[in-house]
Design a protein around this ligand. Sequence first.
Ligand SMILES: Cc1cc2nc3c(=O)[nH]c(=O)nc-3n(C[C@H](O)[C@H](O)[C@H](O)COP(=O)(O)O)c2cc1C
Length: 202
Amino acid sequence: MDPVNVAVIYYSATGTVHALAQAAAEGAEKAGAHVRLRKVAETAPPEAISANEAWSQHVRDTAELAQPSHDDLEWADAVLFGTPTRFGNPASQLRAFIDGTGPLWFAGKLADKVYSAFTASNTPHGGQESTLLALANTFYHWGGIIVPPGYTDPVQFKSGNPYGTSHVAGGGKPGDVALEAARYQARRVADTAAALKAGRAA
Ligand SMILES: Cc1cc2nc3c(=O)[nH]c(=O)nc-3n(C[C@H](O)[C@H](O)[C@H](O)COP(=O)(O)O)c2cc1C
């Protein structure tokens, strides 16, 4: 059986979700998947970015990273989406990419894949769950198979978010637990996609 294809598609302004996305990519790779790590296009005006040094720095640091395309979605057996919370919702940069997928959806090309999501917020009750659940609305419309981490691994009892990996950015960069949770979530996603692929091929 060929390895499964996993796309990690995310937005990050100041690097927090980027760190989670890298950990997710590592987790999927370790599970034997082919992985594409993709950062969606920045849509904020340059003056907003240049007013924030951390944001400017992260834009510079990730300038070489590939942006996602519709081909990445078609290619993928499973997709992990990452986004910071914006007033309890996914960032508009990620939504802009998702909202451009109408033709793929209409052709049935987003159905039957595995989907999962991760996020960050500044405060513990700042909307991590609402952001992940808002993304899941789209997965339902696509006919996706939503694979949350739940409490299916010991790391989940430390990281504590069954909806998807999340990190409180106000407390600093993602540490070992959050990064391990992202790796675990991606492994679970890759393993589930592999089981589906094997079952469909049987
Ligand atoms: C417009 C805007 C809205 C935000 N809304 C929230 C929010 O509702 N709750 C919260 O805790 N943090 C909020 N934040 C903080 C971001 O979620 C936080 O900076 C982000 O998770 C850091 O991730 P990043 O480093 O990947 O950009 C907001 C930030 C911006 C710029």
